[in-house]
Design a protein around this ligand. Sequence first.
Ligand SMILES: Nc1ncnc2c1ncn2[C@@H]1O[C@H](COP(=O)(O)OP(=O)(O)OP(=O)(O)O)[C@@H](O)[C@H]1O
Ligand SMILES: [Mg+2]
Length: 251
Amino acid sequence: MVKKKTKKTRKPVKSSTWRSGKKGKPVLELKNVSKIYTMGEYKVAALDDVCIEILEGDFVAVIGPSGSGKSTLLHLMGALDRPTKGKILLDGKDIGKLDDAQLAKVRGKKIGFVFQFFQLVPSLTAQENVALPMWFQDVSYGDSIEKAKTLLESVGLAHRFDHLPNQMSGGEQQRVAIARALANDPSIILADEPTGNLDTESGAGVIETLKKLHKLGKTVIIVTHDTAVAGIPDKHISLMDGRVIGGYCPV
Ligand SMILES: Nc1ncnc2c1ncn2[C@@H]1O[C@H](COP(=O)(O)OP(=O)(O)OP(=O)(O)O)[C@@H](O)[C@H]1O
Ligand SMILES: [Mg+2]
């Protein structure tokens, strides 16, 4: 006798989900996260019910058209902003429960940011720019400058310690920004269009540096428009209108 198949009715899934393909320790978890900007009567859902799980050591590219929510996602992942709805866990801890001062402390220790326009302090030298985040974590001036020099050496800038940002090329400034992102030994590096303002050769140098950090065990997440850059990380999150529409995650 042929057994009649019963059609299972599933509840429609509203949230859009991306999970890292292998097993490992989750370092960043977004659970049903939305970010709604209200402008008068008008509301923009920059992120709309998104679930994402990033594992320790992941190397991920976030891609999608302009306005799809990439920067919003990165800012939320890095605790630079708070979601309108949903939960964000950093190393398993709900960062929504922290006050602003606690959040700044956690962010300063665990996360390093790299931005498209470098955002270096123009009046500080390369070594002082790199030392700056350590001053907020109670590291002494002398120790912070020593460590800044080591970090600048590691990104190939031993010859630029005393240069001001306007005395360096774009690629060099971005490598100073990467050294600064490493100041407090964060486990997670978040980079928003890190090559967006660089020529191809300088951009390749920046990507090489980020690749090296991934090989050293850091979790690296890069937002990019550049298809060549997007092809370098082994995982991709693809966004559209504030939702995850796909991506690639090798198992
Ligand atoms: N502070 C804000 N106030 C109001 N709307 C905002 C704000 N920030 C972002 N948005 C809106 O949220 C949506 C997502 O913006 P987001 O900056 O995350 O996009 P993006 O994918 O990074 O775009 P791009 O590739 O151009 O950098 C856009 O429609 C944008 O206009
Ligand atoms: Mg953006």
